[in-house]
Design a protein. Structure first.
Ligand SMILES: NC(=O)c1ccc[n+]([C@@H]2O[C@H](COP(=O)([O-])OP(=O)(O)OC[C@H]3O[C@@H](n4cnc5c(N)ncnc54)[C@H](O)[C@@H]3O)[C@@H](O)[C@H]2O)c1
Length: 246
């Protein structure tokens, strides 16, 4: 059975949370809405929103998960985000998806299941792989550097007359797709079955992040190599999916 991505929508009795839950429920996700239903404003509005998502408000009990009567992949729990014990229990029970299921996820799953990897353009592709910690450091560095407004701003997209700056964060080290696969194979200790296919329409041969401004302004230098990153990822994946059999 296909594993649906599990998402937690916080503040789901609120204005944005409810609309987000309704929008996501039409897509291929398993959703859990969470809200403390605080009395910052009239609670009846929140109950009306919960009813909109198919939650029977008379049956709400703090900490208990309720299924929606309207949306097949939606459930709701009244819980306060600051309630550590309650949140821990919810996370233990639900196992929300944490990583982003991109190429590393897809290929790892296929290799573990002995299914072929679809390799487009016969592997003649290059991609930039950035380990999450390097992204976090980039974001954190950007918080410490407040940009000045650009009074001469005309139309470049990276600056503004307002004090802000857009930074690209990434490894900036394009890796050959086949090298990525070999590194993943050795992290898993398994060989992949490779299905070599032609280029897909609309795809591009090579992508990578231009981090020149990020390096200059934020002293940004990614630290984690592809090999290290994939080894950590594989360890996490095997532990999270208990051997990868999802
Ligand atoms: N509404 C807007 O136009 C708008 C625009 C930009 C940003 N925002 C921001 O987005 C956020 C959500 O906006 P909204 O309009 O949906 O607000 P909202 O007040 O309608 O919804 C927030 C919900 O979060 C719940 N909540 C608060 N603390 C909680 C906690 N500790 N645990 C669990 N649930 C908790 C509340 O009960 C409430 O239902 C706010 O931070 C708001 O400032 C809103």
């Amino acid at each position: 059975m296909k594993h649906k991505i599990k998402i937690l929508v916080t503040g789901s009795a609120g204005f944005i949370g409810m609309h987000t839950a309704l929008y996501l429920s039409e897509q291929d996700y398993e959703l859990t809405g969470l809200d403390s239903i605080n009395d910052y404003y009239d609670k009846s509005l929140k109950y009306a929103r919960l009813a909109e998502t198919g939650i029977d408000c008379d049956t709400i009990r703090y900490g208990q998960i309720l299924k929606s009567s309207k949306l097949p992949s939606y459930q709701f729990v009244q819980l306060d985000l600051t309630d550590k014990e309650g949140m821990n229990k919810l996370f233990e029970k639900e196992k929300f998806d944490i990583g982003r299921p991109d190429i590393s996820f897809i290929f790892t799953k296929a290799i573990l299941k002995g299914e072929p990897l679809k390799i487009f353009n016969y592997g003649e592709m290059m991609r930039d792989f950035t380990y999450i910690d390097d992204i976090v450091v980039g974001i954190s560095n950007s918080l410490k550097t407040i940009p000045a407004g650009n009074p001469c701003w005309k139309n470049d997209s990276a600056t503004s007359s307002a004090p802000f700056r857009i930074y690209n964060i990434g490894a900036s080290n394009p890796v050959k797709l086949m090298d990525f696969i070999t590194t993943l194979e050795s992290a898993l200790g398994m060989n992949a079955i490779k299905e070599m296919l032609p280029m897909q329409p609309g795809d591009v041969i090579s992508t990578y992040a231009d981090v020149s401004l990020t390096q200059l302004d934020l002293n940004y230098k990614p630290q984690v190599s592809l090999k290290e990153g994939l080894e950590i990822f594989v360890k996490w994946y095997l532990n999270y999916y208990q051997g990868g059999t999802h």
